[in-house]
Design a binder for this molecule. Structure first.
Ligand SMILES: C[S@@+](CC[C@H](N)C(=O)[O-])C[C@H]1O[C@@H](n2cnc3c(N)ncnc32)[C@H](O)[C@@H]1O
Length: 225
């Protein structure tokens, strides 16, 4: 019975969305999230990942709490239904936490200060030296062609992005990069793309790199020069 009600409400939500595409912008974010999570059940498919994936557990339970406690202005790149809770780590001052995603449909999962734009254009939205830390996870070389998701992977694109990130970070700031080795076998450091903008840093609880035995995800930590 509950399942039937849920699927009917879900169909209704999709129908309203198709029929009145602009309506989402009028719905308060809290209500929009409630519908997507409780009615449509958007996170059902990620339940296992959220509870078991070692890289996800590391990001949400170790890396981001440490980032929030150690850095003031933080930018999180790429928002999804399973990332919106990260804003709670900045509940002391929501003005410390900015999110960005080029896909307008993920805006609902963004923070109070969400930007709809590619990360390559963050310098159009924030002043030089604004951020103390940028978290770039699940973005490099991440592709879902069916969704029109192309991912940054070419060396020239990556170098140009690093230049832009360097511009909006303060000297000594932290760039935390997480990605899947199946998408990109070598890190930005191994590809020789950091110079002259960043250097690997071991000023984190995990040294310069965090790996997960048996899992293809990895994180590296770079300091803004
Ligand atoms: C796999 S999700 C990662 C979500 C989150 N960053 C995490 O690690 O859990 C990838 C998201 O990054 C966004 N994205 C991909 N390339 C981007 C770019 N160049 N600029 C901004 N957002 C991008 C996509 O639209 C998508 O929502």
């Amino acid at each position: 019975m509950l399942g039937f009600m849920k699927s009917s409400l879900s169909r209704l939500a999709y129908w309203v969305n198709d029929r009145f595409p602009g309506i989402k912008g009028l719905v308060p974010k809290k209500l929009h999230r409630f519908v997507l999570l409780r009615v449509v059940g958007m996170n059902d498919q990620y339940e296992q990942m959220l509870r078991q994936n070692p890289e996800r557990l590391f990001l949400q339970n170790e890396a981001l709490p440490w980032v929030s406690a150690s850095y003031r202005q933080v930018l999180f790149v790429g928002t999804a239904s399973y990332t919106y809770q990260y804003e709670k780590l900045f509940a002391d001052d929501p003005d410390r936490y900015t999110t960005i995603d080029r896909n307008p449909t993920t805006k609902v999962w963004g923070s109070k200060h969400h930007i709809v734009a590619p990360i390559e254009q963050i310098d159009r939205h924030r002043a030089p030296g604004f951020f103390d830390c940028i978290v770039l996870s699940g973005v490099l070389a991440y592709r879902i062609p069916a969704h029109g998701d192309y991912g940054l992977a070419a060396p020239d694109e990556l170098r140009a992005m690093l230049k832009v990130l360097h511009g909006v970070m303060r000297p000594g700031g932290l760039l935390l990069v997480g990605w899947n080795l199946r998408d990109m076998a070598q890190s930005l450091a191994q590809l020789g793309l950091l110079e002259p903008y960043f250097v690997p840093t071991d000023k984190t609880p995990w040294g310069t790199r965090k790996e997960f035995p048996g899992d293809p995800h990895v994180f590296e930590f770079y300091e803004r020069r």
